[in-house]
Write a protein that binds this ligand. Sequence first.
Ligand code: AMP
Ligand code: MG
Length: 422
Amino acid sequence: MTTFGLPPLIPLEEAQERVLEGMTPLAAESVSVDDAAGRVLARPVTSALTVPPWDNSAMDGFAVRSADLAAASVAAPVSLRVLGEVPAGGAADVAVEPGTALRIMTGAMVPAGADAVVPVEDTDAQPGQALLPGEVGIRMAPDVGANIRRAGSDVRAGAPLLPRGYAIGPAAVALLGATGTVAVEVHRRPRVAVLSTGDELVPLGEPLGPAQIYDSNGPALAAQARAAGADVRRLGIARDTLADLLGLLEEAVSWADVVVLSGGVSVGAHDHVKPAFSTLGTMSLWRVAIKPGRPFAFARARSGAREVALFGLPGNPVSVFVTFELFVRPLLRALAGHARLFDRPVRHARLVGPLAGSSGRLTIARVVLEPDPARPDGLVARSSGGQDSHMLWSLASANGLAFVPASLPAGADVVVWELGTA
Ligand code: AMP
Ligand code: MG
């Protein structure tokens, strides 16, 4: 304890370590490949199929025997008799014999006897929806295997496809789909309960009375949690009494893996978060050496077999946004099974204009990050506007959070987390 009974300020990295300590991915569940994007594999996936399953054509054209065409050229086309056609999804009922060809579509099975496909553009046949010609003049000599996609050239049955810990995106969904994978084992999404505290707060859509403001933290935190891959439940607004707060927190803890509340965590006369957290679990930290976000509470509780993390974020809306980015998002990623907990791209930028720091605390400033007009692969950063912790316009205008250890002049280098829209 230091003066006034307040514990010392904890550096950011140490606070982040304490939040993440011992946190492991949530249990596995099976989800359909249709719903798998955004999830992390809890078990590796092996391919059930060979892909492509059979040799198929990479072009619309003619399946041929390359030996027939060794002398073919634009000046001296070689004529082949067209035996029929293989559409995608169909199989040829005849083989390609010497001196013959089958018209073939992209993705169709290469017929027996053929060892190359000549694109329609290299023949005298009409491209597009033309009648099947009786003969075709071939204007080039294809190599063996030309325009044939070989069976297994992408994936072989039984081969490892994606490892445990792989974060599934649209590209992996395509691969899983192509290999006939119906469902995958992924980590459960973290369940996040969001609540606000404060007698001044009114839910959106209701009229504002005197001395009231809208609860903007509730919807903002829900959006941040969803963007980080969580299942979210909004529990509304707790009034500034310990009983009301405890009531909502108990409901939150009975369902959630992570409870995120805002406000009431400071040293105001009506701030009940710390006593409430201590009643439900073990407080593990508060007061971090950052600006905004100094008042910040973190506790761990149990609900049956479930571990629940409790975050008491500051009430000021920008502090809420920043502390979510610094503490809650990495934890949600850990629970979801991600290997990279801090996923925001770290950029180095040159400052346009100064950025104010704060003594004894790391300032996290809202900035606009842009290409540097003076250096082709460099970046510049400038303040996106007022930096007070109630100022949301500058937050919504920013695309980065700059880490400012002390006041920095124009031209200084600064480290910036680039924010996505998710
Ligand atoms: P507190 O930490 O409860 O003292 O709140 C600090 C500041 O944040 C006060 O100006 C509150 O009105 C404001 N605030 C707290 N909760 C919210 C919320 N859910 N939405 C918008 N502003 C809030
Ligand atoms: Mg309050």
